[in-house]
Each structure stands twice: as C-alpha cells, then as structure tokens.
Ligand binder design. Structure first.
Ligand SMILES: [Zn+2]
Length: 417
C-alpha cells in the first residue's frame, strides 16, 4: 500500500465531505429562512419531510460556486413548484424612443427575484453621492432607488427599423409577488469594510413600485424584510426577524442579535455576507395570521394562511378567521374576526366573505377539545398576539374586545367574540 496515495485519497474524501457540508448548510439555512415567511407558516411543522425530500432530490455533492446559494434556492423551487409560485415575478419591458417615437415591447420575462452585484450597489452609492448635493442626498439614497438605478435604468438601442438611439427601458409588473426576493452576488474577496458598506445600504422596507412601474390595483406595494440567507466562511447562516428582534441561526443554535443596526455591525465584525433577501408583502397581516395560526394550534387545530385570493386563516378549505384591510387617510387598518363559536347557520343566508364555494368553520367545530370559558380563550388569543406584537402594542378596551394599535398609536385591529 502506498501511504502517499492513501493520504491523497483521504484528502479528496475529506474535501468532498466539506463541500457537501457547505451545501447541506446552505440548504438548511434556505429552509430556515423560508419558515419565517408567512405563506410558509403552516409548512414549518413538516420541516423534516421537506428536509428529507430536498436532501434526496437535490444534488448536494458538487461544491457551491461563490454565489451558488441562489442557484440552490432556484433548484428548490424547481423541485417544489408550488413554492415557486410565491416568488414569481412577471416583468414586462417597454421602450418608447424619444427621437423617432417608435415603441417596442419586450416579451414578458418570468423570474424569482432580482440579482444584484454587491459591488455595483457600492459603486452606484458612490456615484450618487457625487451627483447630488448634500441636501438631497438622503432622499435619493434609499435602497430601492439604488436597485432601480442598477437594474431598471438600462438603456437599449432603438433597433429593429428604429433610429438606433439608446433609450431607457421601462419595466412593469401587473401582479405583486407574495415574496419579493433580492439575491446579492459577492466576489468573496471583499474587505470587511466593503461588506459593511454593502450591508449598511440594505433596507428592511422597500416599495416595489419604486423599482417597477406597477400596473395592478393593490394599494400596498410595500414589502418588509423577513429573513436572509447569509454566507459565513464555509457555512451559511439565516438571519431572521422573529418576535420583534433579529436573530441568527447558526447550525442548530440560535443567537439573538437585536435591532437592524446590530445586524449590520455583525456583518462587519464577523464578515457575514447577506446573499438572499426575502421581503414579504403586507407584513402586518402576516404577523396577525401567524398569531392566529398559533392560537388555533393550542386546540390542536392545524390552520394555515390563506393566499392573495382567499385571505385570512383556513383549516383545510374552511375559513376560520377573517382579516380585513381598510385604508383611510393613508393609514392602513387591519381588523380581525376569529370564529370561536358563532352560530354558523347565519352564514347559510349570506355568502361568507364573498367566496361562494368555500365554507366557514369555527374553533368549536374543528377541535375535539372542550372549549374553556370566553375569558380564558380571550386571554390565550391576546397572549398569542402579544407574542408577535409587543405587549405595549395591545390596548385593552372594553371587555371582551381588544384593540390592537401600533407603537405610533395607529389602529391595527379589533378582536370580537
Ligand atoms: Zn428611435
């Protein structure tokens, strides 16, 4: 036996194991990041099933390229097409030549989010810094404006019988995705300062209508960052917003980070590169839905979030809670109604929630557990809401109704029994 050869083989095997571990860590952290998105709230319970399925389905033996974690994410969506629908963006592009007035429409393109170079983010920031006076700098320095400059302000020549002049291409969407995804591409040799510069430029809230021209009729084009898949040396982390603070998942441990500024500082001190950013639409509704799903689970009822057509909280195809949105003088108000034990016969006479082919249910109908008194249920529901909002946000009005307000004293919702 040649000892040198066996050493080489061992090295090779060790290196395969190491690569494999990196891929598995990326897969784990992508899954972790998804669980924080409201539309996946009910899938979380089946984590072992999805984990096992994806581990078997995906080829994790190849080394991940520098930015391969986004490719891995796309492979996951390919393996689970139902998941893909939450991320789909259908982008239409149009250009009107300002010289010859010829217009050109490009074919609609489907994507699962925007891919941006971390370095171009820094370059655009630097160029904007020089092109605006200090007074207006802050207005133009928003993350979505920079994304727009990088991604949307591409000029294309007026070709196909046109005059050849380069014109801006307008990018439009008709439909808002449930989850808006931004992938950051890194070269992997950035300095800690460059990582910090990039991270400090990210925002936890973005308005998609700044990036795209939005042609649909939804009034809420704002999205909030819920989780990120980050690379950390050979491993991946998940940084997520849970219970009003940022936390970081490393392997199987969880570490509390705190506010967003603290997230940006650990990017600097530990060279953590955010690679996939998941922004969720309508976060307030997402938070309400999550808390109501948690409440239902106390009684062993497996509820799920609805979708953009069937909102609220559902048990199978039966609706158990409704969440309403009202926009008045620019303030969004959310009201919620959880069916505990209403007289469901009432719904036979009216079309519940405007959905004729769906049924309405109640907690009493769905659970095998004997329900406690109204007061006890009330307290449980409030404590579920308090877990996702903060206690200060909940204002007790006259029993048995609870009024939810945001820290700015905006009306958020009313719980009725
Ligand atoms: Zn032209």
């Amino acid at each position: 036996m040649d000892p040198d050869r066996s050493v080489t083989q061992d090295d090779a095997e060790e290196s395969v194991v190491k690569r494999n571990a990196t891929c598995v860590s990326a897969l784990n952290m992508i899954i972790k990041s998804l669980w924080d998105i409201n539309v996946f709230a009910s899938s979380r319970e089946d984590e072992p099933v999805f984990h096992e399925f994806l581990l078997n389905d995906l080829s994790l033996k190849h080394p991940l390229e520098a930015n391969g974690v986004f490719d891995l994410f796309l492979n996951i969506l390919e393996a689970l097409p139902n998941w893909g629908s939450y991320f789909e963006v259908y982008e239409m592009a149009k250009k009107i030549c300002n010289r010859c007035k010829m217009d050109l429409e490009y074919p609609t393109e489907r994507s699962f989010g925007l891919i941006i170079n971390a370095s171009s983010l820094r370059e655009v920031k630097a160029s904007l810094f020089f092109s605006y006076t200090l007074k207006s700098v802050f207005k133009h320095f928003t993350f979505e404006n920079i994304v727009k400059v990088i991604k949307m302000n591409l000029k294309m020549p007026c070709d196909k019988e046109g005059c050849g002049k380069r014109n801006y291409v307008q990018r439009m969407i008709n439909k808002l995705p449930s989850v808006f995804t931004i992938a950051l591409e890194w070269t992997k040799n950035e300095t800690a300062g460059e990582i910090y510069d990039t991270a400090s430029f990210l925002a936890t809230e973005i308005d998609v209508s700044v990036i795209y021209q939005y042609k649909g009729d939804s009034t809420c084009t704002k999205y909030r960052l819920v989780s990120m898949v980050c690379s950390h040396g050979e491993r991946y982390n998940c940084v997520a917003y849970e219970n009003n603070r940022w936390v970081r998942y490393l392997r199987s441990e969880i570490e509390v980070i705190g506010d967003w500024d603290s997230v940006v500082s650990i990017c600097l001190t530990q060279s953590i590169r955010p690679q996939i950013l998941f922004f969720e639409s309508n976060p307030d509704i997402g938070t309400l839905v999550r808390s109501l799903i948690g409440f239902a689970s106390i009684y062993g009822v497996k509820a799920r979030a609805g979708n953009e057509y069937d909102t609220g909280v559902w048990v199978g195809d039966r609706k158990i809670a409704a969440i309403g949105v009202r926009i008045s003088s620019g303030i969004t108000c959310h009201g919620l109604a959880f069916n505990i034990y209403p007289d469901l016969k009432y719904f036979e006479h009216i079309v519940p929630y405007g959905i004729p082919d769906k049924q309405v249910t109640s907690l009493r109908k769905e659970t095998d557990t004997l329900l406690p008194s109204e007061e006890v249920i009330h307290e449980q529901l409030v404590s579920c809401l308090a877990k996702v909002f903060s206690y200060d946000d909940i204002v007790w009005k006259e029993d048995p109704s609870v009024i939810l307000v945001t820290p700015d004293n905006e009306f958020l919702g009313l719980i009725r029994f």
